[in-house]
Structures are given as C-alpha cells and as structure tokens.
Design a protein around this ligand. Structure first.
Ligand SMILES: Nc1ncnc2c1ncn2[C@@H]1O[C@H](COP(=O)(O)OP(=O)(O)OP(=O)(O)O)[C@@H](O)[C@H]1O
Ligand SMILES: [Mg+2]
Length: 235
C-alpha cells in the first residue's frame, strides 16, 4: 500500500495553562499522499493556521504525533526543526515576506545558499513569468508580482511540501486567481504536495482532498474523485 507522506495522529495544540488552557486544535487526524493538492477550509479561528504551522515546522503539537515521510517530527528539537523546514518545506505567506533590500532575483537565489538546488533562480523566475523584472526590488513590484516572487522562492529549493496560508488574501480577485492557478499548476507538474489554507470554498473544487475545520476540530474530510481543472476555476 502507498504510505502517506504526511500523517497527523491525534494531534492537539493548546495555549495557556490550568484554568486558562484552551485548545487551538484538538484530536486532529488526517493523511496526505505525495503529490496531493489539499485545501484546508474553515471559519476564522477554526485552527487552520495552527495545523499548517505545525506542518511547516514553525510550531509543534502539545500532544500527538506528526509523521512526515516516516519520521515523527513532533519531538524534534530546534536544530532538527530547522533542518526539516530547510529540506522539506516551501512556505508561501499571505504578505509575501520578501526581503525588501534584495531584488526579485536575489530573493529567489537566497534559497540557493541554504540548500543544494536543482533549479536556478532564473528558471524559477521564468516559471512565474517574472524574468523581465528580476532586478526590481519588492517595493517596485505589484502585490501579485511579489507573491509570484515568493512562490518562486518557495519552489526554488525543491521542497516536497508547499504550504500556503491565505496566499491570495492580500490580492484582488483576478490577480489572486492567476496566482493560485500558477502555484497549483507548478505543483502538479512537479509532483509537489500542495496544502493551502483559505476561506474561499470555490478553490476546494480543484483540490484532491478538502479538510474542513470547525471549532478546533476536523468536521469533515472530502475526497474529490474528479477535481475541477484549475483552468475552469471561477472565483
Ligand atoms: N500564539 C497563540 N497564542 C494564543 N492563542 C492562539 C495563538 N495562535 C492561535 N491562537 C488561537 O487558536 C485558535 C486557532 O487559531 P488559528 O490561527 O489556527 O485560526 P485560523 O483558522 O487560521 O483563523 P483565521 O482564518 O482567522 O486565520 C484561535 O482561537 C486563536 O485565537
Ligand atoms: Mg489563519
């Protein structure tokens, strides 16, 4: 049988102690296969970012196991977490998180210096349609262009897992749609596992799997046998 790339087993994340303790997420169980496109849906405060951040190695469960590619990362120390993030994860943030003092090219090339790279920065900027603007600084780029740089940066180190938390949240609807199509297509073409958090239920039609969260728990997991081709997505 095909072993999943990602497995959450009875994962809890709490904040506070004693009487003030509350669970940001509780009893989270799901699996994700290599190459899958997964959408995490749910209202504000449902626990979506908490799940994504644990997956991205920037937060850890209070309880439970998080198995990635056969390893339980829930007990990793800081050094192991850093190594995990560097090797396995490409994170695309809502507000891009580009380094303002570096050009588009340098923002992508910086991933080069961290790990051994199969792609070069020029190729990645070409893949997101920004070859002509590679010398520009973030302040000289539109929101959609900045997000495309951050997608190129996330992909440049060839991680197995790409994560996006409201990655189109700061963009207008049309630009958001283009950016989303771009990232979904690049991930499919390169067999990357893509997991995005969104408020937008329409995007879920294109996903292989939809994880619906409510009040810190998983309400429903839906598998789309025939996901909508992203070209037909109408946001
Ligand atoms: N660092 C923290 N300290 C305390 N509580 C937190 C912390 N981070 C998140 N929470 C709480 O955990 C719950 C889940 O938060 P989370 O950010 O995962 O929600 P979300 O589904 O991503 O919401 P949104 O759609 O608004 O981004 C919320 O009640 C939030 O207030
Ligand atoms: Mg969130």
């Amino acid at each position: 049988m095909n072993t999943p790339l990602i497995e959450f087993r009875d994962v809890y994340r709490s904040y506070g102690q004693g009487e003030t303790e509350f669970y940001a997420v509780e009893n989270i169980n799901f699996t994700i296969n290599r190459g899958e496109f997964v959408v995490i849906l749910g209202q504000s405060g449902a626990g979506k970012s908490t799940v994504l951040n644990m997956l991205g190695g920037i937060d850890q469960p209070t309880k439970g196991s998080l198995i990635i590619d056969g390893d339980d990362i829930s007990g990793y120390n800081e050094d192991q977490m850093e190594d995990y993030r560097g090797r396995k994860i490409g994170f695309i943030f809502q507000f891009y998180n580009l380094l303002t003092g570096l050009s588009a090219y340098e923002n992508v090339a910086i991933a080069n210096e961290i790990v051994h790279l199969p792609f070069n920065a020029d190729e990645m900027l070409q893949a997101v349609g920004l070859s002509k603007k590679k010398g520009k600084f973030p302040a000289q780029l539109s929101g959609g262009e900045q997000q495309r740089v951050s997608i190129a940066r996330a992909l440049a180190k060839d991680p197995e897992i790409i994560l996006g938390d409201e990655l189109t949240g700061a963009l207008d609807a049309n630009t958001g749609k283009d950016v989303l199509k771009l990232v979904i297509n690049i991930c499919k073409e390169n067999n990357k596992t893509l997991i995005i958090v969104t408020h937008n239920a329409a995007i879920a039609e294109c996903a292989d799997k939809v994880i619906h969260m409510r009040n810190a728990k998983i309400k429903e997991i839906k598998i789309n046998e025939n996901p909508l081709p992203v070209e037909r997505l109408d946001l």
